[in-house]
Ligand binder design. Structure first.
Ligand code: GRF
Length: 192
């Protein structure tokens, strides 16, 4: 698993019995990330790969791919990993990288999805879990769940409601992922 921030999705996965034994390693680009502490609390090995130690996106992506591969992991689950991984990373784990995003894609891709949805005035936003391809939040969609926007929502209140949904949806999808039930056929996800 790759995480940069608080790691609340990581926590939900660590607490999912069908998933926990499959988490070989948690990698972060931020040494102080709460996500790393959560992994350690659950006895999961951690690694930090600093952006500053790499010359560019490609060498950073290779460094992350190397530690993932060395752990024996066959797939990658992103949970609030705030660096874009280059095409060379994606090519090493084809259709084997999952991401969770706080909007109904393709609306509001990128790092500020909750702010963008509120600024646009949408009545409904939500959660998307998708396979990572070479674009930013463009890959085949595995699951989507809508979350209604209240008139007095702030980024904080809406994101909190979205995250409660994330913590239900990601464990279900990652369970299917580790059980080998997610396949991509013609750029569409087939869930078995
Ligand atoms: C989540 O809201 C997720 O949708 C986005 O980053 C956030 C990570 O939160 N990709 P956390 O670190 O899992 O609490």
């Amino acid at each position: 698993m790759l995480a940069s921030g608080s790691g609340s999705n990581l926590q939900a996965l660590l607490e999912t019995p069908a998933v926990r034994p499959h988490i070989a390693l948690v990698v972060s680009d931020r040494p102080g990330a709460r996500a790393l502490e959560r992994a350690i609390e659950h006895g999961v090995r951690t690694e930090t790969v600093l952006w500053a130690d790499s010359d560019d996106r490609d060498s950073f992506s290779m460094a992350v791919a190397d530690v993932v591969e060395a752990s024996g992991a066959k797939g990658v689950v992103l949970a609030g990993f705030m660096r874009i991984l280059g095409p060379t990373f994606i090519a090493r784990f084809p259709d084997r990288i999952l991401n969770i995003h706080p909007s109904i894609l393709p609306a509001f891709p990128g790092a500020h999805a909750v702010e963008a949805a509120l600024a646009h005035g949408v009545a409904v936003s939500g959660v998307t879990v998708h396979i990572v391809d070479e674009g930013v939040d463009t890959g085949p969609i595995v699951a989507q769940v809508p979350v209604g926007v209240d008139p007095d929502d702030t980024v904080k209140t809406l994101h909190a409601r979205i995250q409660r949904v994330e913590h239900r949806v990601y464990p279900d999808v990652v369970t299917a992922f580790v059980e080998g039930r997610i396949e991509v056929v013609d750029r569409k996800v087939v869930l078995r």
